[in-house]
Design a protein around this ligand. Structure first.
Ligand code: FAD
Length: 465
């Protein structure tokens, strides 16, 4: 009998298992695929960043090296090698998780985990053989899968999801992306930088519509420069594929239908929680109408010894959110009282410029009727950004009008994915914009832009603009 069985080895599941083992609990993890790490390591965060890095190198070599005084001739893309390197990066990471399981003495059971009852999980291998394992506590961490629209036939050849987009055999001539969210824009960027024309069709009136509206507008300007075209406020009504040609039909606000033809269509309209094969009913675990495992504030399901974390429950579908929840549940099982501040989970888009945010957006503050001040600093005015020719974007700080407490930070620019950590720390400690304004930031760094935006938010005292 295990103390804990974790079903699913993504960032939620494997982190939960490690924390359980650290706390002295006898732990097992069940994973249906031969490699550990889930969506994030195998077909998500890691491979996408590997390809984003490679394509950014190529793009810089093709477009900015000459200005830097570096001349190249015969510059070519070897997509096969790019994908091979990406696969190597994935392997290093998934092997790393295997090592961590061994180091922490966690038993790995390969196969599909399905409930027999509330303490028994049947593990069924690919060859059909199965065995039962028992656990006092069970953590469901089965993640998510790409969603689609009912009229779209994903043939996984020309009409594809993020998973296939990470393994293309050729650079599309024209990639049509359905959905202007994080995944579509990141993967669209990979191929735009390698020379593809990329058309994005988005239902809402802004890209990355859940983020502060300034970010979407700025990102749109930057992505246009590398060959993106955008159809906002367009509702996709049909996707047709004939040989190597795909046609996407979409309706604009006036009821007119446009047609965009390409050679590949990436359907990236979001992800849906995944519980297929889990047989949650056998344990009596409730699944919501949206397909999520229902949990309370302690991430406990309606069955007290069964918990659920990550993409399969409510909240942002992010690897670091899943990880926090993994630690939270492990500590809860041991009777500790952990805490997650969901408002301070940062969100990042790894385009170039990168977009990163934490806390409230301006739209949310307006909706809540909270009075706020805004401080902005453009990267154009940053010496560091000028040195690296990364002057697109800005940092926007929203602070409480009376107390000066930082309520939201929204950044678009170079390395903001890393810079946002400072804002998270500041907000966890409930810093005011003035607090940050009075802290020394190394010069020249991109981080000075955060300090300058805080200066701008206090008494309009930015120094370099
Ligand atoms: P998952 O990672 O989905 O893992 C679930 C695991 O459970 C899988 O391995 C699955 O095989 C296994 N499983 C499911 N059912 C069973 C069963 N019955 N038995 C056994 N095993 C089972 N997030 C970020 O924070 N940053 C990023 O940069 C980022 N980039 C992304 C890029 C792409 C292209 C995609 C698709 C996603 C990206 N994400 C990113 C999202 C991130 O991958 C997810 O939020 C994260 O993986 C969720 O972790 P999880 O542990 O909940 O589930």
């Amino acid at each position: 009998m295990y103390d804990v069985i974790v079903i699913g080895s993504g960032p939620g599941g494997y982190v939960a298992a490690i924390r359980c083992a650290q706390l002295g609990l006898k732990t097992a993890i069940v994973e249906k695929y031969p490699t550990l790490g889930g969506t994030c390591l195998n077909v998500g965060c890691i491979p996408s960043k590997a390809l984003l890095d490679s394509s950014e190198h190529y793009h810089n070599a093709a477009h900015t090296f000459e200005t830097h005084g570096i001349k190249l001739s015969n510059l070519k893309v070897d997509l096969k090698q790019m994908i091979t390197r990406k696969n190597d990066v994935v392997k290093q990471n998934t092997d790393g998780i295997q090592y961590l399981m061994k180091k922490n003495k966690i038993d790995v059971h390969q196969g599909v985990g399905s409930f027999v009852d509330k303490t028994t999980v049947k593990v069924t291998k690919g060859d059909g053989t199965s065995s039962d394992i028992q656990g006092k506590n069970i953590i469901i961490a089965t993640g998510s899968k790409p969603s689609s629209l009912p009229f779209i036939k994903l043939d996984k050849d020309r009409v594809i999801t993020s998973t296939e987009t990470l393994n293309l055999k050729e650079i599309p001539k024209h990639l049509v992306v359905i959905g202007g969210g994080v995944i579509g824009l990141e993967l669209g960027s990979v191929y735009a930088r390698l020379g593809a024309k990329v058309s994005v069709i988005e239902f809402m009136d802004s890209l990355i519509p859940t983020m502060d509206r300034t970010m979407g507008k700025e990102l749109q300007k930057s992505l246009k420069k590398i060959g993106f075209e955008f159809f906002l406020k367009h509702k996709v009504t049909a996707v047709e594929s004939k040989g190597k040609e795909v046609t996407v039909k979409a309706e604009n606000g006036k009821g007119e239908i446009i047609e965009v033809k390409g050679d590949y269509v990436l359907v990236s309209i979001g992800r849906k929680p995944y519980t297929d094969g889990l047989n949650a009913e056998a344990a009596g675990v409730k699944i919501t109408d949206r397909g999520q495992v229902e949990v309370n504030d302690h991430l406990q399901t309606n069955v007290p010894n069964i918990y659920a974390i990550g993409d399969v429950v409510k909240g942002a579908m992010l690897a670091h959110k899943a990880e926090e929840e993994g630690v939270f549940v492990a500590e809860t099982i041991l009777g500790q009282k952990p805490h997650i501040n969901y408002n301070l989970i940062p969100g990042v888009v790894y385009t170039w410029p990168e977009v990163a945010a934490v806390g409230y957006t301006e739209e949310q503050l307006k909706e809540k009727g909270i009075k706020y001040k805004t401080g902005k600093f453009p990267f154009m005015a940053s010496g560091r950004a000028r040195a690296s020719m990364d002057t697109d974007g800005l940092v926007k700080v929203l602070a409480d009008a009376e107390t000066d407490e930082i309520l939201g930070v929204h950044m678009i620019g170079p390395r903001t994915a890393d810079m946002i950590a400072e804002a998270v720390v500041a907000m966890e400690y409930r810093a005011s914009a003035e607090d940050i304004s009075r802290m020394s930031h190394a010069h020249p760094t991109y981080t000075e832009a955060f300090k300058e935006a805080c200066l701008a938010a206090t008494d309009n005292r930015a120094l370099h603009i």
